[in-house]
Design a protein around this ligand. Sequence first.
Ligand code: SAJ
Length: 434
Amino acid sequence: MNYKKICVIGLGYIGLPTASTFAMQDLDVLGVDINPSIIATLNRGEIHIHEPGLREIFNTAIQAGKFRAATSPEEADAFIIAVPTPFRDHQFGEYQGKQFKLADMTAVISAAESILPVLREGNLVILESTSPPRTTVDLLAPILERSGLKAGIDFHLCYSPERVLPGQILRELIENARVIGGITPESAQAGFDLYSVFVKGKIIKTDSTTAEMVKLMENTYRDVNIAIANEFSRLAEKFSVDVWEAISIANLHPRVKILSPGPGVGGHCISVDPWFFVETAPEITPLIYQSRQVNDSQPAFVVRMVQRALGDLNGKQIAALGLAYKPDVDDLRESPAVEVVHLLQSQGARVLAWEPFKPDAKLPGVSMANSLEETLQNADAVLLLVSHTEFKKIEPDQISGKTRARIAIDTVNGWDSKSWQDAGFKIVKIGVGK
Ligand code: SAJ
């Protein structure tokens, strides 16, 4: 198939890079978002999200007249839906006394409904949003068929998940392997033809439910593997072992690759996606459910570690280094570091947080410092929560004069214990019971 004009619905951190990348390939792209201020920003030639290299290609696309933004779709050859699928705010599922979170598919439903008036015979519709299995056939197809056109017969319908890493989106969009799940083989072929425009990685055609499962399996696999690493950190403390030493030895085995324990699992993907399996099949997902429980309870494990190091936390001043959900990013969504801060405060501790990637973050109940020095000044303990490169480079003998703290607590294995001890600190590290 030959595509001239496409419509990308949802201009967030996946939709906008995808739209811009297509526009760079000479397609006419209409970007659609329900937020009028995003549309105004884009039509002014500015962008509202931070992603390396995006500004440059977006500017090129705008100047070439290949990208426009609007609040509703127009007729096009293909429609790509890239809207958020968060959790429902106050509604939970329950199975045999176990509560689980539920996906909020409202944005996918509205995006599909917005296409209805402009859907034409021969069109291609692709869903990219992470979704529970069978969403494409059970939720999306029936909505689109309200147009009077039949999915898989009159128009093509696919699921193709985004699998890119923030910070490297533009490169990974092009280079990563891409899975295209069609509700018919002809739909998969139509999706293949569209993405062949720019994808250099392998494009694999399959059915839509397989493609939905692939995405969820990737992130669930990672969540379960981090959960076992976190559980190993608890076991190591119990048996007076250094989990980091044990992991490095175990990983010498050719078929073992244990991940790293830490303060928990955050971000908008790995801590979210496994719930889409639990929600749709709670009776056969005890392992996935339990892994989520282990990772979600890791911040409380960190707080017990801090309590063991400091005793009663009431009135203690703690310098918290890092709030992001992982190293060297400015994203605080679902961050376990933020959860640790909240839990410490609920125990009476006074926490001053320093997040160099988002120094002006406004989080309810969290006091932010303006510099590392300010965090350290009156601290009783220094708590490393995120393995930012600049934190790993901290020289303990250089900061020992800037703080009265003599206890350093490392939840991410970012610091060398010996150099902290040599500088006069007692160091407590996650998973180290020696
Ligand atoms: N983490 C650990 N221990 C580890 C590795 C990670 O505790 O050994 C923690 C991190 O600190 C962080 C969380 O897990 O809190 C998730 O970080 P991550 O780097 O594993 O993943 P994300 O959420 O940034 O991106 C993932 C990626 N998926 C996989 O690696 C399987 C990415 O390719 C996906 O595109 C993205 O989810 C997504 O959008 O689904």
